[in-house]
Design a binder for this molecule. Sequence first.
Ligand code: ZN
Length: 128
Amino acid sequence: MAKYQAGSTARHRAIPLAPAGGLGGSPSGDGRLTRKDGLLMEWVIVLMLLGIIPAYVAMAKGRNFMVWWLYGTFLFVFAIFHAIMIRPVDENLHHYGRRYCPHCEKIIDLDATRCEFCEAEVPPVKKE
Ligand SMILES: [Zn+2]
């Protein structure tokens, strides 16, 4: 039983995305952790793993991964929607050959001279 507890810390390092069912073996009452503490720790680990999802989405849009990971860990439901909703930083969009229309804020080609959505003329952008 005591050996099981030592194994549990090694387990979350080895498996970055352990399934929720796989974390079921909590240390029993003879260790330092009570069953309740073990369950809480498992939840924290699950939430931290879930928090990676919005953090990854936000990072793809040029945001800070660590900040969004914390956000996603504590407020997963909000963070995942927020990460999907936020607009990418402009430099990040330029990397993909896209930019925002200054008139309607929709994403258009970087070298477009006219917005394909609102049909307004847009100033040319120099590529790096
Ligand atoms: Zn437009």
